[in-house]
Each structure stands twice: as structure tokens, then as C-alpha cells.
Design a protein around this ligand. Sequence first.
Ligand SMILES: [Cu+2]
Length: 173
Amino acid sequence: MASTNAVLTIAAIAIILAAASLVVSFSPRPSATTVTPVKRTVWMATLEPAGTANVRAEPFPDPVPIDAEVPKAISKGMRLDPPDAQGNWRSVVYRLDPGTIIVNKGDEVTLKILGVNGRNHTITVEAYADTFFMKRGELKTVTFKADKAGIFEIWCSTHPPNMRANLIVRETP
Ligand SMILES: [Cu+2]
């Protein structure tokens, strides 16, 4: 009788252990670290990098590179200035710096954009801010809650095609 009790006890323990292991196996995995929304300030600038050369050292591109989206490679935001009387020529672009901004959904985002290069700019933050105008020397502040996940463009319509940046709003756990 005693041995029967011992067998039953061992069997009961085995069943309990098996059940416990099932519970462990099927328990939902702990979720990834929950991201708490924060306030983020992103410092930006309007920039105009330019490369200068002289035909004595570097010939002006011939033919001038033509891209369907940049007729004759000349636009306000991306251009080649042909050689002047001294043979100096330039290639110029306008940029929004930084070109990629990453935030988490739910963050309260403040963009602080300093007008460094370019007399003025007309900038839009897709889905988050109405178009606004800014001048050189101005520090423009744009604040919004990043409540939509996705990739959004920030662009300047004064300097197409490449004065733009990507705002990436990450979906959070
Ligand atoms: Cu611009």
C-alpha cells in the first residue's frame, strides 16, 4: 500500500511539473520594452553646399548632365553655374539638414530650423505642419505630436527637387 502511495505521489508530481511546463511554454512572451513617448527637439538648418572649380584644373561638364526631373540640370535647388570670365564654375545644391529624422509615434516633436543659406524657403511637413515661409537668419519652430506612423516628407518648394528630408515616425510596441 505504501508503495502504491509513493507511485501515486510521484505520478502527481510529474503531472504538476508537466502542467507547469505547458503553462511556461504557452505564456505570452513578455512584450518588447514599451516605449514611452518623449519630447524631442531636432535642430535643423537650410544649407547650400557648393563645389567650385576652375576650367584650368577641371573642365566644365560637357555635355551638361541632363536629368528628366532637373531640366538642363538647372533649377533653383540644384544647378551648375557655367564658367565665368575667369573660368570659375560651380555645382550647387540646397539641402535640409539633417536629411533623415527618426521619432517614435506619440513623441511631441519640435523642429527648430535655422535659415543659414538661401534668402528664403517655403517648407511643408507632410501630414504634420502647414506650409510656412522662412527667411535667412530666422529660427523657425514647428511643434507637433507624431501621432501617425510612417515616412513623411519635409520639403522646400522654393528649391526643388532635392531640398527635402524624411521624417520617419516609428510604430511603437
Ligand atoms: Cu529652400
